[in-house]
Design a binder for this molecule. Structure first.
Ligand code: HEC
Ligand code: HEC
Ligand code: HEC
Ligand code: HEC
Length: 223
């Protein structure tokens, strides 16, 4: 009986962690102490809405519900901007797709609760400051503020050219890592290639694979 109970607790623990609820991306009124809270009980609404999402052409991610970044000028990690870079892939002039979605909050120009379709349980979004987020909902500092100078960050919005860079694993074989739109077509590396914003199952900052032995890096790099 004790063993069964322990087993159940372990199972419950696993499934409870494989969710966005209770993570740093839980911005609801029930968020854990010490991090930003808003007045709504909802969790997904800060990024997705079932209806009245962004216009099709502006849907950075499925059913996108957030105001997009106000940053106009970016400094990308490219061969032109980083003296030591030796990239074979092509880097977009500014963040695109799922990466641009991250910067809606992580460049600190737009409030985390600046959303299109407001949930029905509140009239407008209000904040209780916490973590690195202030009372108007802006990420103001700490290591979660990436800003707009990305020259010291792993390249993003870059095409995955394992045909040209033989140090890269074949696109179809990168396992838990993700290319956007799909691994099969071998398209771009974005923030969400390494991160899954919905879970920090391993107690890591939303990573798609463990960093023990740098396993995540070695999904794409033959090193
Ligand atoms: C902080 C922003 C954010 C929040 C909050 C969020 N998502 Fe997402 N979601 C994303 C991003 C970014 C993507 C695209 C990248 C990816 O697929 O991981 C995505 C993709 C998805 C997808 C399509 C890909 C897949 O995994 O099947 C589904 C379904 C989804 N989210 C459901 C949810 C649900 C349900 C919630 C609430 C419980 C939620 N999301 C909360 C950012 C968010
Ligand atoms: C709706 C706003 C929002 C969006 C969109 C968003 N984040 Fe966040 N994220 C936050 C907030 C708020 C925090 C906590 C900030 C703090 O207090 O330091 C956070 C924290 C994180 C952390 C740190 C987690 C930890 O445990 O330390 C990571 C990693 C992260 N986000 C990655 C991403 C990525 C990657 C994307 C895009 C795919 C993304 N986020 C999109 C709001 C957002
Ligand atoms: C190549 C993989 C990769 C990509 C691409 C990537 N990250 Fe990360 N990110 C990581 C890893 C690994 C960590 C944890 C680092 C550690 O343990 O110190 C991390 C940590 C973070 C953190 C937590 C703060 C910190 O410095 O530890 C934030 C916030 C974050 N990433 C956001 C982003 C955003 C936004 C993007 C897109 C611009 C992005 N990441 C792209 C791998 C990546
Ligand atoms: C989703 C696949 C993927 C993952 C996971 C990944 N990378 Fe990369 N990385 C790339 C791609 C693609 C490039 C660009 C290669 C090119 O164009 O030649 C790159 C470039 C780099 C470069 C720069 C090379 C240069 O010439 O400037 C370094 C260094 C690097 N990655 C280290 C890491 C580390 C460390 C990790 C783990 C934290 C990691 N990568 C995880 C795909 C990935």
């Amino acid at each position: 009986m004790k063993k069964l109970l322990l087993g159940l607790m372990v199972l419950a623990g696993t499934s409870a962690m494989a969710t966005i609820v209770g993570t740093k991306h839980d911005l609801s009124s029930a968020a854990p102490a010490g991090q930003v809270k808003t007045n709504t009980g909802q969790v997904c609404v800060f990024c997705h809405t079932p209806h009245n999402a962004a216009a099709v052409a502006s849907q950075l991610i499925p059913l996108w519900n957030h105001t997009t970044t106000a940053t106009a000028t970016w400094q990308m990690y490219t061969n032109a901007n980083v003296a030591v870079a030796n990239l074979q892939g092509t880097v977009d002039a500014s963040p695109t797709g799922a990466s641009l979605a991250c910067f809606s909050c992580h460049d600190g120009t737009v409030a985390v609760g600046a959303i299109g379709n407001i949930p029905n349980d509140v009239a407008s979004i209000t904040y209780t400051a916490g973590g690195n987020v202030n009372g108007t909902g802006l990420i103001t500092g700490g290591n979660t503020l990436l800003g707009s100078d990305l020259r010291n960050d792993h390249p993003i919005a870059i095409t995955y050219r394992n045909d040209l860079d033989t140090g890269l694993v074949a696109a179809a074989s990168i396992g838990a890592a993700r290319l956007f739109p799909t691994n099969a077509t071998g398209n771009k590396v974005q923030c969400a290639s390494c991160h899954d914003v919905h879970t920090n199952a391993a107690g890591t900052p939303f990573l798609r694979a463990s960093m023990v032995g740098s396993a995540l890096c070695r999904l794409c790099h033959v090193k």
